[in-house]
Design a protein around this ligand. Structure first.
Ligand SMILES: Nc1nc2c(c(=O)[nH]1)N[C@H]1C(S)=C(S)[C@@H](COP(=O)(O)O)O[C@H]1N2
Ligand SMILES: [Mo]
Length: 558
């Protein structure tokens, strides 16, 4: 194929687009570089935004889920414990072939290769969304990967085309292929063929080669960065998956029968970690290695304390159901969840340190610098404020603060629930403030007595007859005494309260009402165990939590 061909005649622009082996090879290489840079960008974005769901691992997971059990067993018997590596290698080869084909297609026909890349990008997005751990943070990575690959592919192939065209203009239809050879035979050098276009070809050639080097460099650098990030994450997720949580010295009180009334359409009493709301300022989920993690107690204490993860595991742990809520939760909103937390009471640690006279606040700090200011009293009184390592029987998910977070009954998350915890500074409200306080949120954030209607869903049509309303009510650490419902602003009717787990958790309620056809406005309100009734006046979430009655419209049909 290196046989020199006579430069006999010119085809003249815009001659037939003959795709010779050389130019095809450069097109395939362009596809590899562009897709490589795209995949690297996507993996990097995933490493920062959602470490547990990267596009490549998601596609791998989808492949594993899709293959029949027989094939799976065969693969395991063939590759043994290297089956994951074999899968990744196979995927790498498949992506490489696809990338090369996309490059060649794009050269033959504008947008053809880009379309192939885009389709596979969407397939990657589908795989990501199909993962149980996926949330909104997992969406940008596959889209970014596809966008980067498409843009770079179009750019490179455009430059390759320019080079081919100028080479063709200069030296005839067969020249481009030879022109693409690094070592062009002397007799075909442009200098041997004086023409007005002589200067053109080296310029387009240089431009393509420069674009190609930049793309390949981006792919390589991005690949190395993504790989490093991924390695660090894998080390921590690996540790997490093999971590056996100790049994609690004090187990969670049994959930009373009927506490989860299981009304159709209502969420469960204990929120699965995958469905638990997530709120934080972390653009990149901190990946904290428990083997190097430590917690320090500093500030106004008699004895500064340092605690590592092994020491924490060895403490007498308690396990408790605690409902946590976000101050940004609107009336009727879902920024609230109830989990079974395992950990060591914060008061035990603070007792070791010995808070000094005059201290009234604990500023808890995350590894990423975020802080919460909690009243010292809430962390030292007899409530179960916990240095949590477990959530619903498993180690904390990375997104929920692995390896250690704070959970404090009765306080909104922004003043208490520090994830990726690393420091407790005993201080004074007059001397320090948590992250959100200078940003328009109150220095103190006790949770307000609240209630929500979950079923029937707002705006739903239901058949006439007995309509069962149901929902949750919460007033953490005070407890719920009563829930009432009213229709069209009529008299309040007492709802039936399901048994509660503790004063620190939400409580489910229900009320069956006979309703004929029509449209109804239904409202709910709770009374806490101190006798205080939920506030009716509407207030926005800032600065210290929303108030008002959750109000839904229900259409009853005949
Ligand atoms: N490190 C860190 N911890 C944090 C936050 C944060 O931004 N950074 N947000 C807090 C807020 S406002 C809430 S409501 C809870 C939410 O906890 P979750 O994401 O586990 O539901 O975490 C708290 N802990
Ligand atoms: Mo929050």
């Amino acid at each position: 194929m290196n046989t020199p061909q006579p430069v006999a005649q010119r085809s003249g622009p815009p001659g037939p687009e003959i795709v010779g082996p050389r130019v095809s090879r450069w097109a395939a290489a362009s596809g590899l570089a562009a897709v490589g840079a795209g995949v690297a960008a996507g993996e990097l974005a995933a490493g920062l935004l959602s470490p547990s769901v990267s596009p490549v691992t998601a596609v791998g997971g989808a492949v594993i889920d899709a293959v029949p059990p027989g094939v799976k067993e065969w693969a395991i018997s063939l590759f043994g414990t290297a089956d994951k590596l074999a899968l990744l290698t196979g995927m790498g080869l498949a992506i490489a072939v696809l990338a090369a084909v996309a490059g060649v297609l794009e050269l033959r026909r504008r947008f053809a290769g880009a379309a192939v890349v885009a389709v596979f990008g969407l397939a990657g997005l589908a795989a990501v969304l199909g993962r149980p751990e996926a949330d909104g943070a997992a969406v940008p990575a596959p889209l970014l990967a596809a966008a980067v690959a498409v843009v770079l592919l179009r750019w490179l192939i455009g430059a390759l085309r320019d080079w081919r065209t100028t080479a063709g203009e200069t030296r005839g239809a067969t020249a481009p292929e030879r022109a693409l050879e690094p070592e062009t035979p002397p007799e075909t050098l442009p200098a041997a063929l004086p023409s007005p276009d002589t200067g053109k070809e080296p310029a387009t050639r240089r431009r393509f080669l420069r674009s190609f080097s930049i793309t390949a460099g981006v792919a390589a650098l991005g690949g190395v960065l993504a790989g490093t990030l991924r390695g660090a994450t894998a080390a921590v997720t690996g540790y997490r998956s093999t971590l056996a949580l100790p049994a609690p010295a004090s187990a969670a009180p049994l959930v009373p029968a009927g506490a989860d009334q299981q009304l159709p359409g209502q969420g469960p009493l204990v929120t699965p970690a995958d469905d638990f709301y997530r709120i934080d300022t972390a653009l990149r989920v901190p990946v904290v290695d428990p083997r190097t993690w430590k917690l320090t107690v500093t500030g106004m204490v008699d004895r500064p304390v340092e605690l590592d993860f092994q020491a924490l595991l060895a403490k007498p742990l308690i396990e408790r159901h605690i409902t946590i809520a976000c101050v940004s939760n609107e009336v009727g909103g879902d920024l609230i969840g109830n989990a079974r937390w395992l950990g060591w009471p914060v008061r035990e640690l603070l007792a070791q340190a010995g808070p000094q006279q005059g201290a009234d606040m604990v500023l808890s700090r995350s590894v990423d610098g975020w802080t919460a200011g909690s009243p010292l009293e809430a962390l030292t009184d007899n409530r179960d404020a916990i240095l949590a390592i477990g959530m619903n029987g498993a180690p904390l998910p990375l997104e929920h603060g692995f390896p250690v977070r704070l959970v404090v009954p009765g306080l909104y998350g922004y003043v208490s629930a520090t994830k990726w915890l690393t420091e407790l500074k005993v201080t004074r409200f007059a001397a320090d403030e948590g992250y959100w306080t200078p940003r328009g949120w109150s220095e103190r954030g006790p949770i307000k007595t609240s209630s929500r209607i979950d079923v029937p869903r707002a705006g739903r049509k239901v058949p006439a007859g007995t309509v069962t309303f149901g929902g949750v009510a919460w007033a953490q650490h005070r407890g719920i005494r009563a829930v009432e419902v009213r229709v069209n602003r009529g008299d309040w009717k007492a709802a039936e309260l399901a048994p509660g787990i503790s004063a620190d958790t939400w409580r489910q309620w229900r009320l069956a009402l006979p309703l004929g056809p029509g449209s109804y406005e239904v409202q709910v309100r709770a009374t806490d165990a101190t006798g205080a009734v939920q506030v009716e006046a509407q207030a926005p979430v800032a600065p210290d939590g929303a108030t008002g009655y959750h109000t839904v419209t229900v259409d009853v049909t005949s």
